[in-house]
Design a protein around this ligand. Structure first.
Ligand SMILES: Cc1ncc(COP(=O)(O)O)c(C=O)c1O
Length: 401
């Protein structure tokens, strides 16, 4: 019977013999050459390549300043610290995000306050933010989920009215444009990008903070290198040793040249990567649009998504299986998957500390049990994309009520 082919987990033949990983980075001869050149240069820590990568990234986004860091998590943490977020303060953010967006609020001793998301793109809902504002709110931390832009006009105007700052979690949003404007030049205090292994461009681990505020740039630079005076990284350089001063107890968060060597090569391919991502997204959208058990995410055509993740929301109420059964069945077909994300306030630490009540964030709760991300990376072939489609359709067909 069509739609009821035996799935691999129930003893059928898997769609793919060889497992397709959720992600495979795209490095070429250029990256290899640049890494070797960096090793041979005798300077592997923060140096000229990191400076150059910052310059290129600032040019790409149009932001005045870009600071290279060892992760987006570091960028988020230092953004909040540079804004003076401290114990007693509240920061409003999205429940549908990665651990670090929320952990950094805790690291500052502040309280994360969650505003529910919108069903179409799973981005924070400005109306829900408005409801969560209090006298203690000091910042809003929207997350451009999967590369879809948040409603930044409304978020920035809310923040302006209250005199509070906005820090953007742009880990998924390097190429994203909101109403034609790149993330990084909107009127937020800072935007934080990730170059983690699975991101749209990667340095293995790494991050970048962009800002137009010279005070934030200065603070972040100093805090990222132990809190010691600006340009202390030059202390072993050709200009000879110079004394440095500890200005504040900072962190060890700086980017180094081996990362930047990769970043500089990856920047050159960013548009090629994005175009390939879009082709795969179009292929998936076309294949899944007539499947009633799948809700596809979308945003208004006035924006440009980065297409970082392809997230399916599985309407499990139409199936005889829950998301985890479907997840296991798709993996048994030979397809790697990801879950982005289970609602952060429902995780043990946050649930126990702040006492999450069921029903408080209904959309986040609904999607927590239904999201499933399928492979989306530029090195994928059309054939691999078609196998992903076939595997998902086979599993959904098998479990249909
Ligand atoms: C939404 C979001 N924010 C922040 C991060 C943290 O990025 P990094 O690993 O560069 O610290 C991630 C990483 O996956 C993420 O998905």
């Amino acid at each position: 019977m069509p739609g009821k082919r035996k799935i691999a987990i129930a003893g059928g033949k898997p769609t793919r013999g060889k497992f397709l990983p959720f992600h495979r980075p795209w490095f070429g001869a250029e990256e290899e050459r640049e890494l070797v050149a960096t090793l041979r240069s005798g300077w592997v820590t923060r140096g000229e390549r990191a400076e150059e990568f910052e310059k290129r990234f600032a040019e790409y986004t149009g932001a005045k300043y870009a600071v290279g860091l060892n992760s987006c998590t570091a960028a988020l943490h230092l953004s909040l610290l540079s804004l003076g977020i401290k114990p007693g303060d509240e920061v409003i953010t999205s429940p549908i995000t990665f651990a670090s967006t929320v952990n950094v609020i805790e690291h500052c001793g502040a309280k994360p306050v969650f505003a529910d998301v919108l069903p179409d793109d799973l981005n924070i809902d400005p109306e829900q933010i408005r409801k969560k504002l209090s006298r203690k709110t000091k910042a809003i931390l929207p997350v451009h989920f999967a590369g879809f832009p948040c409603q930044m006009d409304e978020i920035l105007s809310l923040a302006k009215k209250r005199g509070i700052a906005v820090v953007e979690d742009a880990a998924h949003a390097i190429e994203t444009r909101f109403q034609g404007k790149k993330i990084g030049v909107l009127k937020s205090a800072a935007a934080c990008f990730s170059f983690y292994a699975t991101k749209n461009i990667t340095t293995g681990e790494g991050g970048m903070l962009t800002t137009n505020d010279p005070k934030i740039e200065e603070q972040v630079r100093i805090l990222s290198l132990h809190g010691i005076s600006r340009d202390a990284w030059k202390r072993y350089g050709l200009e000879g040793y110079r004394h440095w001063d500890i200005l504040m107890p900072g962190y060890k968060y700086n980017m180094f040249d081996l990362q930047a060597a990769l970043g500089l090569c990856q920047m050159k391919k960013i548009d090629t990567f994005w175009k390939r991502r879009k082709q795969i997204v179009d292929r998936y959208n076309q294949a899944f649009s007539d499947e009633p058990a799948l809700k596809l995410l979308s945003c208004s055509p006035e924006h440009k998504p980065a297409y970082h993740l392809y997230v399916l929301v599985i309407r499990t109420e139409m199936l005889r299986a829950d998301r985890d059964q479907i997840m296991n069945a798709v993996q048994a077909e030979g397809i790697g998957i990801g879950i982005h994300f289970r609602s952060v306030p429902e995780h043990p630490y946050y649930r126990e500390k702040y006492g999450y009540r069921k029903g408080a964030l209904p959309i986040a709760e609904y999607v927590t049990e239904r999201v499933l991300s399928i492979p989306l990376f530029p090195a994928m072939t059309d054939r691999e994309a078609d196998e992903v489609i076939a595997a998902v359709k086979k599993v959904i067909g098998y479990y249909r009520k």
